[in-house]
Design a protein around this ligand. Structure first.
Ligand code: ADP
Length: 290
C-alpha cells in the first residue's frame, strides 16, 4: 500500500521532463542564434566622441522596399538633433542604425569620420543610451531596474539618478520603496512612471550619445510635465537624436530634420523652417497647435 503514492508520483515525472525538454529547446534556439552584427578582429574601441555623428548617403531596407533613401545628416557633439515627420517615414529605423541594430546596405554612419562598422560593437553601445516609447522593464525591484544601466551601481547612485529623473517621490510612495517589485514589464506602474524609470536608468548609464523617442499623448498633463523635465535633465550636455513629438523639444533643438518617405526633405532650425513655410510648417501646424 505504501508504494502506491510514490508510483503515482513517478508517473508525473515524465510530464515534467517533457515540459522541461520543450522549454529548453526553445531557450537553446535563442542562445544559439548567431548575431548578424559582428565586429571584426581589427575593430577598435570607441573611447570618446570629439566631433560628430554623421549619416553619409545611408540606404536601408528591411525587405523589398527601401525604407531610407540616401540620408545625409550630421549631429555635432553636444547638439540636439530633432527628427520629425509622418508615421512610417523611417524615423525609428534611422536611429536604430546608430547602435547597429541593423547595418545600412549602402552608405555609412561615421563617428568622428570613422565608419561605426569598424568599431567594437560593445564599446559603441556603451556610448549610447536609448529611451524609447516601449520601455523595457523587468519583473524585478525598482532598484535593480534602474541599476541595469550600470553594472555595480551603488544604492546612492541609483537614488541620485531617480531624483534627477523626477522618480524618487513616486518610488518612495510604493509599498516597499526601492525594493518594490514592479511586475512583468512594469505593469504595476503607470506609463509616466515607467518612462521616468527608463530615464533614471539612462541617467545612471551616463552615455555621451542619447537616442530618444518621445512618448506621444498617452500621458496626462501632470506626468507629461514630469517626464519632460526628466528628459530635459537627461539631454543636458549630450549629443542627442530625438524623435520629437513635442513643440518644446523641437524649439530647443540645435537642428531639425524633416523626414518623409525615407528621405530628408528639409533641415534647419525651428525659425528657419517656419520661415520657409514648407512641410515643417504644415506638420507643425497640424501636430503642435491642435
Ligand atoms: P517611423 O518611426 O517614422 O514611424 P519606421 O522607421 O518605424 O517609421 O518605419 C518605416 C518603414 O519601415 C515602415 O513602412 C515600416 O512598416 C517598416 N518597418 C519598420 N520596422 C520594420 C521591421 N522590423 N521589418 C520590416 N519592416 C519594418
Amino acid at each position: 500500500m505504501m508504494m502506491i503514492r510514490p508510483f503515482k508520483k513517478l508517473s508525473g515525472v515524465s510530464a515534467i521532463m517533457q515540459k522541461a525538454f520543450a522549454a529548453s529547446t526553445r531557450i537553446y534556439e535563442v542562445l544559439d542564434t548567431e548575431p548578424k552584427i559582428k565586429g571584426d578582429a581589427q575593430s577598435w574601441d570607441l573611447d570618446c566622441i570629439k566631433e560628430s555623428v554623421e549619416f553619409k548617403d545611408v540606404w536601408f531596407k528591411y525587405e523589398e522596399a527601401e525604407v531610407l533613401k540616401g540620408i545625409n545628416l550630421k549631429c555635432r557633439k553636444g547638439e540636439i538633433l530633432a527628427i520629425v515627420g509622418p508615421s512610417g517615414a523611417g524615423k525609428s529605423t534611422l536611429v536604430d542604425l546608430i547602435p547597429r541594430f541593423y547595418d545600412p546596405q549602402k552608405g555609412a554612419i561615421l563617428i568622428d569620420g570613422r565608419d561605426i562598422r569598424s568599431l567594437n560593437v560593445g564599446s559603441l553601445r556603451r556610448f549610447i543610451g536609448m529611451v524609447t516609447q516601449e520601455t523595457i522593464l523587468f519583473n524585478d525591484s525598482v532598484k535593480d531596474n534602474i541599476a541595469y544601466g550600470k553594472r555595480g551601481a551603488s544604492y546612492d547612485e541609483i537614488v541620485d539618478a531617480a531624483k534627477k529623473a523626477f522618480a524618487h517621490e513616486f518610488i518612495l510612495n510604493l509599498p516597499k520603496g526601492y525594493d518594490t517589485f514592479i511586475g512583468d514589464r512594469g505593469v504595476k506602474l503607470s506609463g509616466g512612471e515607467r518612462q521616468r524609470l527608463a530615464i533614471a536608468r539612462a541617467l545612471l548609464k551616463n552615455p555621451p550619445v542619447l537616442i530618444l523617442d518621445e512618448a506621444t499623448s498617452q500621458l496626462d498633463t501632470q506626468s507629461e510635465r514630469l517626464v519632460q523635465e526628466a528628459l530635459n535633465s537627461l539631454m543636458e550636455g549630450r549629443t542627442v537624436f530625438v524623435i520629437a513629438h513635442r513643440l518644446s523639444t523641437v524649439k530647443h533643438a540645435s537642428k531639425i530634420v524633416v523626414i518623409k518617405d525615407g528621405a530628408v526633405i528639409e533641415q534647419g532650425t525651428h525659425d528657419e523652417l517656419l520661415a520657409q513655410g514648407g512641410s515643417y510648417k504644415r506638420l507643425h501646424d497640424i501636430q503642435f497647435q491642435a
